[in-house]
Each structure stands twice: as C-alpha cells, then as structure tokens.
Design a protein around this ligand. Structure first.
Ligand SMILES: Nc1nc2c([nH]c(=O)n2[C@H]2C[C@H](O)[C@@H](COP(=O)(O)OP(=O)(O)OP(=O)(O)O)O2)c(=O)[nH]1
Length: 131
C-alpha cells in the first residue's frame, strides 16, 4: 500500500483558522472533505519547504511557519499518510483557490461543523481543546 508524507498548514488569523474544501477526486472518502492546505513532501524537500511551496501553489499564499502542532498517522482504504501539521500565519491577505472549491475561516470552537477528511480529526480535536 502506498504511503505519503504530507504537510498541512493551520493558518491562524485573528483567532480564526483557514479550512479548505477538496474537489471531487479519485477517492470518494476524501472527495469534497475539508482539510488544511498543504500536500505531499517531495524527495529533496524539508517539511517547511514543502509547506511553503504547496501554499503558494494552491492558494497564492506566502506563509510564516510558527511551530509544529501535531503529526498524525492515518490509514485510508487505498493508502496511508503521515501528516505533519504546523501553526502558521499568512503574510498576504488575499488568497486564490487554485485547487480547492471553497474555504472558510472558523473559530476553533466551530471547526466540528465541517465534514473533515478523516486524517484531520485528531488535529481538529486538539485545536478545539487548546485554542
Ligand atoms: N494537504 C492535505 N492533505 C490531506 C489532509 N488530510 C488528508 O487526509 N490529506 C491527504 C489527501 C491526499 O491524499 C494527501 C495530500 O496530497 P495532495 O493534496 O498533495 O495530493 P492530492 O491527492 O490532492 O493530489 P495529487 O498531488 O496526488 O495529484 O493527504 C489535509 O488536511 N491537508
């Protein structure tokens, strides 16, 4: 089974968190789910480099990475992921959705109203408890 190393940005602004919705895709179980922007780490990259690259590619967003938050291991039916999440802030104020179909800025206490990718649930729970 394939395994992916993934990075995800928890972008905080004014006490709200950026949540982005995936498009339809190959796998039903992650199609249209909400996630934190990011993606797969390429072989020559550090986690931080991958995160900065993905945020520019996906959202035209320059970010500052503040700290590591939580690493999650999750097995989906067709592949597994190790996802490293980081608390970040955005350095520019407009974002352009290039791959996702929607976004929301939510207070951490409201994160559970969205339909999250399963691998994200431990991150969502920790944010709801701590923020
Ligand atoms: N970026 C991100 N990916 C997540 C989250 N939760 C989660 O299960 N994933 C999964 C979905 C994908 O299988 C993988 C991230 O890969 P990706 O976003 O670069 O890749 P993708 O499947 O959309 O597309 P591709 O690059 O393979 O064409 O991790 C999350 O919060 N953020």
């Amino acid at each position: 089974m394939k395994h992916y190393e993934v990075v995800a940005a928890i972008i905080m602004d004014d006490d709200k968190v950026l949540c982005v919705q995936r498009d339809h895709g190959k796998y039903d179980y992650i199609s249209l789910k909400y996630e934190f922007p990011g993606g797969k780490i390429e072989p020559s990259e550090s986690k931080e480099q991958a995160l900065e690259r993905e945020l520019l590619e996906e959202l035209d967003l320059n970010i500052e990475i503040e700290r590591e938050f939580l690493t999650v291991n999750h097995q989906y039916p067709d592949f597994s992921v190790t996802m490293h999440s980081f608390i970040c802030s955005a350095l520019n104020s407009t974002l352009n959705l290039k791959e996702h179909i929607a976004f929301k800025w939510l207070n951490p206490e409201n994160l559970s109203i969205l339909d999250w990718a399963e691998a994200d649930l431990p991150i969502v729970s920790k944010l709801m408890k701590e923020c």
